[in-house]
Design a protein around this ligand. Structure first.
Ligand SMILES: O=C(O)CCC(=O)C(=O)O
Length: 462
């Protein structure tokens, strides 16, 4: 992670200049972009000539900048089209590289435009004028980052630095505007994501569970955990709050994920993939890229009752927003290197721990499915109900055919036992995973998950 230019210092107009200089440095020679020639001579020359013209352009001519911007935009649009022609695993590197570089060039031109608006950004009106420009610049770059995967030397670190600094600039600007608008006594209380629904929480429900998953009283030793995972059929268990596994995560302390104010200060203007619909097995389910602040305002703070639920699900938000990665600490258990067997047939790519965020309002559902890895599901905010079924009983849960064989046909909340009679015989385990707890889910165990209130969890697959 590159060092932050601004750290906690007041953010001013010089942020734009520093980021622009960083991009000039990145594109300083064409060493790192020889392979862009594979995109064809016309695209490659359009990129190189636009870059050259950007570097020499004085920035005070709006016409020049508008023309340059439309060329950079044409390049990103062209790359998007080219990428769509391939299956996502087969997109040639040069198209992903060109998309990332054109996205960065696009930012460079817009930064030049911002630098030339010689306003004192301390004034709220100036900030309000620049805010939408910075927001749209960030959205465009974020989409290039997510779609391209940011290949190429220093591209990812540079794009993340730009996004992080612009986010800090916006957050600081908004704080200043708010401070000016509100007398200290009139300051609104911040809305904590988990707080509002506490009364609705299914108090005591844990006691009513029929087949509860075992809750350990303390963290087991590393050796015990390894031996447990190496069993032919390891069983799930819960590591309690306070046992020291995740209690020290900054996400519970000085960077509280419970606080929408904190989350927005880190990621308000980032664009993230959000699932829309009751569950991914439904016909009307879809995914869309959404500004994080819109997702939080519409689906977490307001908890829109009308319309389909939205879920930021199974997304490696930590790769996209490394500042959030600093809020978690991967437990040592994830590095045990358990033995492969019939249910654990493959390790994660490069044996890395696969981290995913699951953030959504009350009522999000992950339908009954199985995953190939050991999993520590860490509950950071709110609580979730989970039903687990061992893979030995796979025939009783009627896996789907085709591309979704890891997903059951059973609607756990309303099982159709006429159509799926064997499901009546299934033995299951269940739990309400509370804030601060960690659930171990063994490989291939079927699991159904429903949030009981606003919830933010992190799954760690290993
Ligand atoms: O929390 C959820 O909604 C699903 C979690 C999950 O499926 C997993 O961790 O593998």
């Amino acid at each position: 992670m590159p060092a932050s230019i601004s750290q906690e210092m007041p953010i001013c107009h010089s942020t734009f200049q520093e980021l622009y200089d960083k991009l000039v440095q990145l594109f300083h020679t064409n060493e790192g972009r020889k392979d862009l020639e594979y995109c064809g001579v016309s695209i490659y020359s359009l990129f190189e000539s636009t870059l050259k013209a950007t570097l020499v352009c004085q920035g005070d001519s709006e016409i020049d900048l508008t023309e340059l911007l439309s060329k950079a935009k044409a390049l990103t649009d062209y790359c998007d089209e080219a990428i769509l022609l391939y299956h996502f695993k087969e997109v040639p590197d040069h198209w992903r590289r060109m998309l990332m570089d054109s996205g960065l060039l696009n930012v460079m031109i817009q930064l030049k435009g911002l630098i030339s608006i010689r306003t004192a950004s301390e004034a709220p009106t100036d900030f309000e004028k620049l805010e939408p420009k910075v927001q749209s610049m960030m959205s465009e770059l974020d989409i290039c980052l997510v779609v391209s995967g940011a290949p190429g030397p220093d591209r990812r670190s540079t794009a993340l630095l730009v996004l992080d600094e612009l986010q800090a600039w916006l957050t600081a600007g908004r704080r200043r505007v708010k401070e000016r608008q509100e007398a200290p006594s009139a300051k609104r209380l911040k809305v904590d994501v988990g707080e509002r629904q506490k009364t609705e929480k299914e108090e005591g429900a844990a006691g009513r569970l029929k087949y509860p998953i075992e809750r350990l009283t303390e963290a087991p030793s590393f050796e015990w955990f390894l031996a447990h995972c190496n069993q032919e059929i390891p069983t799930p268990f819960i590591l309690p709050k306070g046992c020291g596994i995740i209690d020290e995560w900054p996400a519970f302390k000085h960077h509280p994920w419970k606080s929408t104010e904190y989350l927005l200060s880190v990621a308000a203007d980032r664009v993230v993939p959000v699932e829309i619909g009751s569950q991914y097995t439904d016909a009307d389910w879809s995914q869309k890229m959404m500004r994080f602040s819109d997702f939080v305002q519409e689906h977490i703070v307001k908890q829109e009752k009308d319309g389909p639920p939205a879920y930021l699900a199974q997304h490696d938000v930590f790769y996209q927003i490394p500042r959030l990665e600093r809020d978690i600490i991967i437990p040592d258990y994830c590095y045990i290197e358990a033995e492969l067997n019939d249910s654990y047939v493959q390790r994660t790519p490069q044996q890395e721990v696969l981290k995913n965020a699951w953030f959504g309002p009350k009522g999000t559902v992950s339908p009954l499915h199985q995953d190939p890895y050991h999993n520590l599901l860490c509950q950071v905010v709110g609580s979730k109900y989970l039903k687990l079924i061992s893979h030995q009983q796979t025939p009783l849960v009627y896996p789907r055919e085709g591309l979704m064989t890891n997903t059951s046909q059973i609607d756990v909340e309303h099982p159709d036992v006429e159509k799926f009679p064997a499901y009546k015989e299934v033995h299951y385990l269940e739990c309400i995973l509370q804030e601060g707890e960690v659930l171990y889910i063994p490989p291939k165990w079927w699991h159904f998950v429903k949030s009981l209130e606003t919830s933010f969890s992190v799954s760690l697959w290993f």
